[in-house]
Design a protein around this ligand. Structure first.
Ligand code: ATP
Length: 439
């Protein structure tokens, strides 16, 4: 096998996702909506693996307890006024007066011509609030203004006291959440990279101010290790500390875990020391006391927060780019997603060599499915075609029942990455699969 690894491009990854049913443009038959996507069967499985791996990394954290919540998607205006989103959650927007295309002013060079039409005729830069506003209630004039949340974190802050008192935890501890967020991005682009409806995995770590630096370092290391652990190429990952001019006014430190996407190094996850800004703001705006009592000093204080925030969809896209590969097998080019077995949506496929072995293969498939749910049975097309199909969706192992299997009670197992095949006994399949999934 000649391994001429061809790099992933955005177009190739988008086409594969559609072809194999990972992702569809939402409301496609009506022309779709920009920056909004639906996930198909394989997409859901991959997302589930991402969420599970993240959840496990939180549950097994060495620093202390992490509790989970699931906040509502809609929130009253008061929450977003307190958090600063009503007045500050803006992006600078500019229009090209010639082609009427809209851009984020900080993403283009306004000294130069429009990248779409080549004419330099810009409007003034305007500030655009990215929150989706709606109204609750049916009676005109008495409805309540509400917003779809632009980040999941605020539900953690507003529930801080509820979580602390009902779970009897002590500082330091964390509250984590996975859920949808909505941003009216001016220019949704690069597929799952910048969407208008997306999912976040956020964890707020509450600690004393004097320990915040120590925990910030802890989380920087823990989060980059998480990406190594799920199989992302370390050479394509880096931690980048924000310069002073990039920091929010309440934040003293912020680092991004960046990935080297085909469109350059970009944020995958943000780690921020937010001081005690959020809890202080909610104390001020709600009038409810969110300080905690320190048994040692006998004084109340508002804890500091170190936040770790990563997008499920952005990580999904990262995994696709990182695992995508084109190589030559038997003088034929194949596309393969080299996911780590832990992240692969389908762990193994069971393939009868011909229709004659269908029944026996299906019997094995059903037995294994009781142990590992995410396995597939595939009978249509030549065996070569079926291998390619499994390669394209990143299935680590294919078990083929062939003409000899009835006699020798063995199957052929093929490794996705090396394409090497070996024969193993049928009663060893479960163990073989288990070992592969551990690797
Ligand atoms: P950017 O500077 O790219 O607009 P941000 O700094 O506003 O992002 P955060 O508010 O820090 O992003 O969001 C935390 C994480 O949520 C990001 O690291 C990213 O993984 C994810 N995320 C943010 N916005 C989007 C989006 N529009 N589409 C998909 N994922 C997103």
């Amino acid at each position: 096998m000649k391994n001429v690894k061809k790099a992933a491009t955005l177009d190739k990854v988008v086409a594969l996702c559609k072809r194999r049913g990972f992702i569809y443009q939402s409301a496609d038959i009506y022309g779709g909506l920009n920056g909004i996507y639906d996930f198909g069967h394989l997409g859901i499985l991959l997302k589930e693996n991402i969420r599970n791996a993240w959840k496990k990394s939180m549950e097994q954290c060495d620093a202390g307890d992490i509790l989970f919540i699931e906040g509502a998607l809609l929130g009253p205006k008061a929450v977003w006024e307190a958090s600063g989103h009503v007045s500050h959650f803006h992006d600078p927007m500019v229009d090209c007066m010639n082609c009427k295309h809209r851009f984020r002013a900080d993403h283009i060079n306004l000294e130069k011509a429009c990248p779409d039409c080549g004419i330099k005729k810009w409007t003034e830069v305007k500030q655009f609030n990215m929150m989706f506003k709606t109204e609750l209630g049916a009676v005109a004039g008495s409805s309540t203004e509400a917003y779809l949340r632009p980040e999941t974190a605020q539900a953690i802050f507003t529930n801080f006291k509820n979580v602390m008192s009902t779970n009897r935890v002590k500082i330091p501890f964390g509250i984590a959440q996975i859920g949808k967020a909505f941003r009216n991005e001016i220019t949704p682009k690069q597929f799952l990279f910048r969407m208008r409806e997306f999912e976040q995995m956020e964890m707020e770590w509450f600690c004393k101010k004097e320990n915040a630096d120590k925990f910030f370092k802890f989380w920087e290391e823990a989060r980059i290790n998480f990406f190594y652990h799920i199989g992302i190429n370390p050479e394509k990952l880096r931690l980048r500390a924000h310069g002073k001019n990039e920091l929010a006014h309440y934040s003293t430190k912020c680092s991004d875990v960046e990935y080297n996407f085909p469109f350059g190094w970009q944020e995958l996850e943000g780690i921020a020391h937010r001081g005690n800004y959020d809890l202080s703001q909610h104390t001020k705006h709600s009038g409810k006391e969110l300080a905690v009592f320190d048994e040692e000093t006998k004084k109340s204080y508002i804890p500091d927060v170190v936040e770790c925030s990563v997008g499920v969809d952005r990580l999904f896209l990262t995994l696709l780019f990182d695992s995508y590969c084109q190589d030559i097998i038997d003088e034929e080019e194949r596309t393969v997603l080299k996911f780590s077995p832990m992240m692969a949506p389908i762990k193994a496929a069971f393939l009868p060599l011909t229709k004659k072995q269908l029944e026996q293969t299906e019997k094995i498939y059903k037995q294994i499915k009781k142990i590992e749910n995410n396995v597939m049975f595939d009978v249509s097309g030549s065996i070569g075609k079926r291998y390619r199909r499994q390669d394209e969706i990143g299935t680590p192992l294919c078990f083929t029942y062939d003409f000899d299997s009835d006699n020798d009670k063995m199957v052929t197992v093929r490794d996705r990455d090396t394409t090497q095949q070996e024969r193993i006994s049928i009663d060893q399949i479960a163990k073989y699969l288990e070992n592969k999934l551990k690797s």
